[in-house]
Design a protein around this ligand. Sequence first.
Ligand code: AMP
Ligand code: ZN
Length: 112
Amino acid sequence: MDCLFCKIIDGEISSSKIYEDEFVLAFKDIEPQAPFHAVIVPKEHIASANEINSFNSFLVAKVFEAAAKIAESEHLERGFRIVNNCGEDGGQSVGHIHFHMMAGRQFAWPAG
Ligand code: AMP
Ligand code: ZN
Protein backbone atom coordinates (compact mmCIF):
# COMPACT_ATOMS: atom_id res chain seq x y z
CA MET A 1 0.00 0.00 0.00
CA ASP A 2 1.29 3.42 -0.91
CA CYS A 3 0.80 5.15 2.41
CA LEU A 4 3.24 7.77 3.66
CA PHE A 5 2.60 7.14 7.34
CA CYS A 6 2.81 3.33 6.94
CA LYS A 7 6.23 3.92 5.36
CA ILE A 8 7.25 6.09 8.32
CA ILE A 9 5.98 3.39 10.72
CA ASP A 10 7.98 0.73 8.79
CA GLY A 11 11.09 2.95 8.79
CA GLU A 12 11.16 3.19 4.98
CA ILE A 13 10.88 6.96 5.34
CA SER A 14 12.74 8.61 8.18
CA SER A 15 11.05 10.72 10.81
CA SER A 16 11.99 12.42 14.01
CA LYS A 17 10.52 10.03 16.58
CA ILE A 18 9.01 11.43 19.77
CA TYR A 19 7.28 8.35 21.21
CA GLU A 20 6.64 4.74 20.24
CA ASP A 21 4.92 1.75 21.78
CA GLU A 22 3.27 -1.45 20.53
CA PHE A 23 0.27 0.42 19.15
CA VAL A 24 1.25 3.94 18.16
CA LEU A 25 4.07 6.09 16.84
CA ALA A 26 4.52 9.84 17.36
CA PHE A 27 6.91 11.91 15.28
CA LYS A 28 7.60 15.58 14.59
CA ASP A 29 5.47 17.21 11.90
CA ILE A 30 7.66 18.47 9.04
CA GLU A 31 5.58 21.65 8.79
CA PRO A 32 5.02 22.55 12.43
CA GLN A 33 2.05 24.79 13.19
CA ALA A 34 3.19 25.44 16.76
CA PRO A 35 6.49 25.36 18.70
CA PHE A 36 5.68 21.73 19.54
CA HIS A 37 3.86 19.74 16.84
CA ALA A 38 3.72 15.96 16.90
CA VAL A 39 1.79 13.64 14.61
CA ILE A 40 0.46 10.60 16.49
CA VAL A 41 -0.57 7.59 14.39
CA PRO A 42 -1.82 4.10 15.17
CA LYS A 43 0.54 1.52 13.65
CA GLU A 44 -2.42 -0.21 12.00
CA HIS A 45 -3.46 1.40 8.72
CA ILE A 46 -6.84 3.09 9.21
CA ALA A 47 -7.72 5.53 6.44
CA SER A 48 -9.55 8.15 8.48
CA ALA A 49 -11.87 8.77 11.43
CA ASN A 50 -14.66 7.48 9.18
CA GLU A 51 -13.10 4.01 9.43
CA ILE A 52 -13.21 3.81 13.23
CA ASN A 53 -15.36 0.91 14.46
CA SER A 54 -15.82 -1.26 17.52
CA PHE A 55 -12.81 -3.44 16.55
CA ASN A 56 -10.24 -0.66 16.14
CA SER A 57 -11.54 2.13 18.39
CA PHE A 58 -9.19 1.04 21.19
CA LEU A 59 -6.38 2.44 19.05
CA VAL A 60 -7.83 5.94 19.43
CA ALA A 61 -7.62 5.43 23.18
CA LYS A 62 -4.00 4.33 22.74
CA VAL A 63 -3.31 7.58 20.85
CA PHE A 64 -4.64 9.59 23.80
CA GLU A 65 -2.70 7.47 26.30
CA ALA A 66 0.42 8.26 24.28
CA ALA A 67 -0.49 11.98 24.25
CA ALA A 68 -0.65 12.04 28.05
CA LYS A 69 2.80 10.41 28.24
CA ILE A 70 4.20 12.84 25.67
CA ALA A 71 2.75 15.80 27.58
CA GLU A 72 4.65 14.64 30.62
CA SER A 73 7.95 13.87 28.90
CA GLU A 74 7.85 17.09 26.83
CA HIS A 75 6.78 19.21 29.85
CA LEU A 76 3.63 20.53 28.22
CA GLU A 77 2.17 21.63 31.55
CA ARG A 78 0.52 24.70 29.99
CA GLY A 79 -1.66 22.49 27.80
CA PHE A 80 -1.93 21.34 24.25
CA ARG A 81 -4.37 20.86 21.42
CA ILE A 82 -5.16 17.58 19.64
CA VAL A 83 -6.71 17.79 16.17
CA ASN A 84 -7.93 15.13 13.78
CA ASN A 85 -8.62 16.26 10.22
CA CYS A 86 -11.05 13.94 8.42
CA GLY A 87 -11.82 14.02 4.72
CA GLU A 88 -11.66 16.82 2.21
CA ASP A 89 -13.54 19.50 4.12
CA GLY A 90 -11.71 18.49 7.29
CA GLY A 91 -8.40 19.24 5.58
CA GLN A 92 -7.01 15.69 5.67
CA SER A 93 -4.04 15.36 3.31
CA VAL A 94 -2.60 11.97 4.37
CA GLY A 95 -4.90 8.93 4.16
CA HIS A 96 -3.80 7.26 7.41
CA ILE A 97 -5.62 8.45 10.51
CA HIS A 98 -3.47 10.77 12.56
CA PHE A 99 -3.79 13.21 15.41
CA HIS A 100 -1.94 16.51 15.52
CA MET A 101 -0.67 17.29 19.02
CA MET A 102 0.35 20.94 19.23
CA ALA A 103 1.62 23.05 22.11
CA GLY A 104 3.77 26.02 23.00
CA ARG A 105 1.37 28.79 22.03
CA GLN A 106 -2.20 29.89 22.67
CA PHE A 107 -4.71 28.44 20.18
CA ALA A 108 -7.77 30.28 18.95
CA TRP A 109 -11.26 28.92 19.50
CA PRO A 110 -13.44 28.34 17.53
CA ALA A 111 -10.78 26.97 15.17
CA GLY A 112 -10.81 28.51 11.68
P1 AMP B 1 -3.33 16.43 7.54
O1 AMP B 1 -3.23 17.64 6.67
O2 AMP B 1 -4.23 16.59 8.72
O3 AMP B 1 -3.61 15.18 6.74
O4 AMP B 1 -1.91 16.27 8.21
C1 AMP B 1 -0.82 15.70 7.57
C2 AMP B 1 0.39 16.22 8.27
O5 AMP B 1 1.48 15.40 7.96
C3 AMP B 1 0.77 17.66 7.87
O6 AMP B 1 0.77 18.49 9.03
C4 AMP B 1 2.15 17.50 7.27
O7 AMP B 1 3.01 18.57 7.58
C5 AMP B 1 2.63 16.21 7.90
N1 AMP B 1 3.62 15.49 7.13
C6 AMP B 1 3.58 15.21 5.81
N2 AMP B 1 4.66 14.49 5.45
C7 AMP B 1 5.38 14.31 6.59
C8 AMP B 1 6.61 13.66 6.88
N3 AMP B 1 7.33 13.02 5.93
N4 AMP B 1 7.07 13.68 8.15
C9 AMP B 1 6.37 14.32 9.11
N5 AMP B 1 5.20 14.95 8.90
C10 AMP B 1 4.72 14.94 7.66
ZN1 ZN C 1 -1.06 3.78 6.38
